[in-house]
Structure formats: structure tokens, C-alpha cells
Design a protein around this ligand. Sequence first.
Ligand SMILES: Cc1cc2nc3c(=O)[nH]c(=O)nc-3n(C[C@H](O)[C@H](O)[C@H](O)COP(=O)(O)O)c2cc1C
Length: 141
Amino acid sequence: MLAHLRSNPQTSEKAIQYFDKITKLVYNHGPLGLFRPFKWLWFTARGWIQPTPREPISLAHMDVWAHKSTALACQTFMLAMRAEGYDSCPMEGFDSKRVKLLLGLPRRAGITMAISIGKRAEGGIYNERFRFPQKDFIHEH
Ligand SMILES: Cc1cc2nc3c(=O)[nH]c(=O)nc-3n(C[C@H](O)[C@H](O)[C@H](O)COP(=O)(O)O)c2cc1C
């Protein structure tokens, strides 16, 4: 990211600072996670005075962060596939150990989802599509 941003003379100093300083501060937990208690103290103390991002601190937070970002990329991928005339199906419930072996991923890798892609088939779905009421999901204040 930094190399790409720096290669463009029009990149603002703010953008470079974000990837050079802020992300390193926010996503770096130090060797063996030693910075974590200090980060918690800092976030908590600062949070008393002003709005402060509270996460990520723990490994679980980082896991959520990674899966969240990846899931957005998955959605973009599925929308792009639809635009090209293909259908997709995001899936879980697969043998993650075997998938990692198949793709040559390290054991500690986490898989967000598997996505099958194909041409829509007549009667290819196992149930009619349905949507729950929008008001159950979107709240305005
Ligand atoms: C991360 C994720 C995993 C899913 N895993 C499965 C699955 O293993 N098997 C399945 O039948 N549907 C699974 N679903 C649900 C379907 O893929 C699909 O989202 C659902 O049928 C709604 O389709 P629609 O948006 O076209 O209505 C999963 C959905 C998501 C987002």
C-alpha cells in the first residue's frame, strides 16, 4: 500500500500517514502481544475523555477484522460475478484442514468462506428466494 501510494506524487500526506503510522499503531500488538495491555489502558483512559476506537486489541478482534474485510471482498466478488452473468453461493461447513492442504495454505490460516460459481440452472435452487422485512435490519436514529 505504502509503495503504491508513494509512487504517486499526488497522494496526500494524510493518506501516507494513515498507512505509515496509524495502521501500524492500531494493528501492531507487539512481540507475543506484549503491547496489548498497554493498548487497553491507553484506549480506556483516552475513552473517558473522547470517542476512541476500542478494538482491535485481542487476537479474536484481529480475527474479526480479517474476516470482516475478507467478507466484503467476497461480496464484491459475488456482485462482479453476477454482473458477468454468473451466480454464486457462499458456503461454510467445509473441511478447512483439507481446503488448506489443497490450496497450500499454512495451518494457521483462517478461511472466511468458500464460494462456488456457475451458470444459473433451471431448478438449480433448493428453495424460493426470500427476504425478511427491512425494518428488522435497518435502524434509524
Ligand atoms: C458466509 C456464508 C456461508 C454460508 N454457508 C452456506 C452453506 O454452507 N450452505 C448453504 O446452503 N448456504 C450457505 N449460506 C447461505 C447461502 O449461500 C445464501 O447466502 C443464501 O441462500 C441466500 O441467498 P440469496 O442471497 O441469493 O437469497 C451461507 C451464506 C454465507 C454468507
